[in-house]
Design a protein around this ligand. Structure first.
Ligand code: F6R
Length: 609
């Protein structure tokens, strides 16, 4: 996830670009850059690091221009270095990009054969070269952009400027956010409204496949065939202050609501759904390798460890490879036996967790191949691993992990299918069905998020309790653990996750009116057993919140509160069940006036043992 900005108007573009980038910094903050017209030529300034580093690097320079573009980066392709920082340039064409160009490798190869020289490791640079080569054929910038886009597959919001036409910015959108701001004699292009909210509240939101030609006189919209479009102007009612977290009160809430997008980005480019195949090249894997593994270890900490527990059900269930799950801080001290022909999968949002890195190093020392499921490009885990599956959740700023967790589950689902296909235990038709379900997941998660108000009501009933119990079974038992962890870390309520069948072996002694019990009840073969567990709680005076799917109407008779979620297949239900866990913990913490984004004693990335 990155942030893009463009400005054209009567004022000096440079300070406007810098201050807008600061407002977009929540979208990415590993490198940044600007490009602007000065004396008829495009000047660029870029650097690794945050916007304030870019700002200090240009301090004292007399930079002025009426038009420019800028970018703040969350690296996906290529490390966060100055060379990989946007804007990118080819000839007189300069581009900033948010999104992923899926077919950049093949485009790059063919451009190199035609004599183009690349300066960065990014996917974005192919867009500059393509547009520049179309300009050389005699097309104008708008036509050249349109022609270049015919060759590009993937998601993008692009802002493009060219020395051949120094009076305009071209902006295009497909599956990445883009908004156009209409000021008085000045116009803006941005990934998000907060970028220019202190200059104008009048915005136009382009749809997929639309092109905006922005000049000092106004904005013209066309479709991909050049047909003119009439667009509606919206008046935004937000205040600039609210918008600092994208309009959300906390980063955590914003990140909870970003999950449909994070999941879609984690899937994009990774699967060939119609063929029932996984794009193994993306992860430097091949089928022969995947066939060879006799055993898999899944190693992680905290929330990522909960993802690993779900991963065991996915891998063993779909690919029939035995799995062991380890808490990373325990792994090397138990002197693990890591046989030859085994794969160690480490799961880490930050890629910097000390215990996970130590476990990863132990696995490699014993000769195992390590695959890292990681969210931060260029992190230590990703650099030291033999193969990497990047989750494209975007920067996670709230300390409590939410969108990174569900993206990890999606990554494990895709890997399980890859393993199962390579080992011949899943045929193409079965894989197509599993992919179809995966592709509908963002929409189902969106629906689950629609229950926010109802979950807030439940939170109001329970935010004063001292203890909470979460029960689940099978693949959803780790979601009970995750629900309990979310609650305890941000609200400081003592919470425990338990396998529902274990209740009668001890914890049932805790049940009374003061200990609410949240039960996760999927529509599977354990449904009746979960109902009996709920009855056991009820008959001891416990209050039950049941989280279930649309078809399980019998549940409302036995539970005090029932949350009905959209249904998915057995392996993807944990993703959907995670949503109410996040929302309930969030609302309870807010009601208790806790610091949701920075809970006491915790840090986002635990780099000490
Ligand atoms: C809980 C949480 C932590 C992390 C854990 C591992 O909400 O965020 O439990 O999951 O510290 O961090 P990563 O995934 O960065 O290795």
């Amino acid at each position: 996830m990155c942030g893009i900005i463009g400005y054209i108007g009567r004022r000096n573009a440079v300070p406007i670009l810098i201050s807008s980038l600061k407002r977009l910094e929540y979208r990415g903050y590993d490198s940044a850059g600007i490009a602007f017209f000065m004396n008829g030529r495009i000047e660029m300034r870029r650097c690794a690091g945050k916007i304030k580093d870019l700002e200090s690097s240009i301090k004292g320079q007399r930079l002025r221009g009426p038009l420019g573009i800028g970018h703040t980066r969350w690296a996906t392709h290529g490390r966060p270095t100055e060379e990989n920082a946007h804007p990118h340039r080819a000839g007189g064409v300069v581009v900033v990009h948010n999104g992923i160009i899926e077919n950049y490798l093949e485009l790059k190869e063919s451009l190199i054969k035609r004599g183009h020289r690349f300066r960065s490791e990014t996917d974005t640079e192919v867009a500059c070269h393509l547009i520049s080569s179309c300009l050389q054929k005699g097309l104008n910038l708008e036509e050249a952009t349109r022609e270049a886009l015919r060759h590009i597959r993937g998601a993008y919001a692009l802002a493009i400027i060219s020395e051949s036409e120094p009076d305009k910015i071209i902006a295009v959108k497909k599956d990445s956010p883009l908004v156009i701001g209409l000021g008085r004699d000045e116009f803006f292009v941005a990934s998000d409204i907060p970028a220019f909210l202190n200059h104008t509240r009048d915005v136009v939101i382009p749809d997929n496949g639309e092109i905006a030609v922005v000049t000092g006189q106004g904005v013209r919209f066309t479709d991909m065939d050049g047909r003119p479009l009439k667009k509606k102007t919206l008046r935004i009612t937000w205040s600039p202050r609210m918008a600092e977290k994208g309009g959300y009160r906390h980063f955590m809430l914003k990140e909870i609501f970003e999950q449909p997008r994070a999941i879609a980005d984690t899937i994009r480019g990774r699967v060939f759904p119609e063929k029932g195949e996984v794009n193994l090249k993306e992860f430097s894997l091949d089928s022969r390798m995947l066939r060879g593994f006799k055993k898999i270890f899944l190693v992680a900490c905290g929330t990522s460890w909960h993802a690993a527990l779900v991963g065991k059900y996915m891998i063993e269930g779909m690919a029939r490879v035995p799995c062991e799950v380890d808490i990373a801080s325990e792994f090397r001290y138990r002197r693990p036996i890591i046989p030859e022909d085994c794969l160690v999968i480490v799961i880490t949002q930050s890629g910097e967790t000390a215990d996970t890195l130590a476990a990863q190093r132990e696995a490699r020392r014993q000769g195992a191949m390590v695959l890292s499921i990681c969210n931060v490009v260029g992190s230590t885990s990703s650099r030291e691993a033999d193969a990497v599956f990047y989750t494209h959740s975007g920067p996670e700023i709230g300390v409590a992990s939410t969108k990174a967790f569900t993206s990890q589950l999606v990554a494990l689902y895709i890997l399980s299918i890859a393993l199962a296909r390579a080992r011949g235990v899943l045929d193409a038709a079965e894989a197509v069905e599993l992919f179809n379900e995966l592709l509908s997941l963002p929409e189902k998660v969106e629906k689950a998020l629609g229950l926010n108000d109802y979950i807030k009501k439940i939170a109001r009933r329970f935010y004063k309790v001292r203890d909470f119990l979460y029960l689940g079974r099978g693949i959803n038992y780790p979601i009970a653990l995750e629900g309990a962890l979310k609650l305890k870390e941000i609200s400081y309520i003592h919470a425990e996750g338990y396998p529902a069948g274990e209740m009668k072996h001890g914890p049932i002694a805790l049940i009374d009116d003061n200990v609410p019990v949240l039960t996760i009840v999927p529509n599977d073969e354990l449904y009746e057993k979960m109902l009996s567990n709920i009855e056991e709680v009820r008959s001891r005076g416990g209050r039950v919140i049941a989280v279930t799917t649309g078809d399980n109407k019998r549940i409302s008779d036995v539970a005090s509160w029932t949350i009905f979620l959209p249904e998915s297949n057995y392996y993807l239900m944990p993703v959907i069940f995670s949503i109410p866990m996040h929302l309930l913990a969030y609302h309870i913490a807010v009601l208790r006036k806790c610091n949701v984004d920075q809970p006491r004693n915790l840090a986002k990335s635990v780099t000490v043992e």
